[in-house]
Ligand binder design. Sequence first.
Ligand SMILES: [Zn+2]
Length: 196
Amino acid sequence: MSKSFFLIWICCFGFVTADVIAGNQKSHVHGLVTLTLVLEKKTLAIKIESPAESLLGFEHKARQSSEKQAVKRAEKLLNSPELLFSIEGVNCKPKKSKVELSHFIDSEVHHHHGAHHEIRENHLKGHNEVSHSEISHSEISASYFFNCDSEENLEVVSVRLFKFFPRIEKVNAMWVTDLGQGAALLSSRKNTIPLK
Ligand SMILES: [Zn+2]
């Protein structure tokens, strides 16, 4: 049961990331983050999916320097699993993180190409089409893998996202371990996933 869940989770992750980069829209609720936790053997995998608004304060490409700074801050924090999660019961070390934020900052070359494209789009389709894409929703996902000493003694994982990203109001957490599965809606007051 848990194994098939794990495989589905791994298989679909690339698809979801590609979806975000392609700029496809998914409906989401600002302030609500989804978290999936899987403990398989001694590997703990955590994946979060968040509206970009809840991590950055906006969902378009960063243009102003303050927006670019917000992307850099989020990138740094999201690449710090030891700050975002507190694991009790077993000793787990971060092994790998995967955070994709590059689509919020245009490279210079890309920007020039985009500008031409945008002007053409304006001529072809009118301004409405372009401004619509400017306000479209976008999401950020991050995956973390930890190596743990044991697969049996994991007790609690505390989620500290609320502390670093105050726009996050709730985290919808779902988990699967060899001992069972469960779900909980976390908040800054109740930020622990009880695994035992
Ligand atoms: Zn949104």
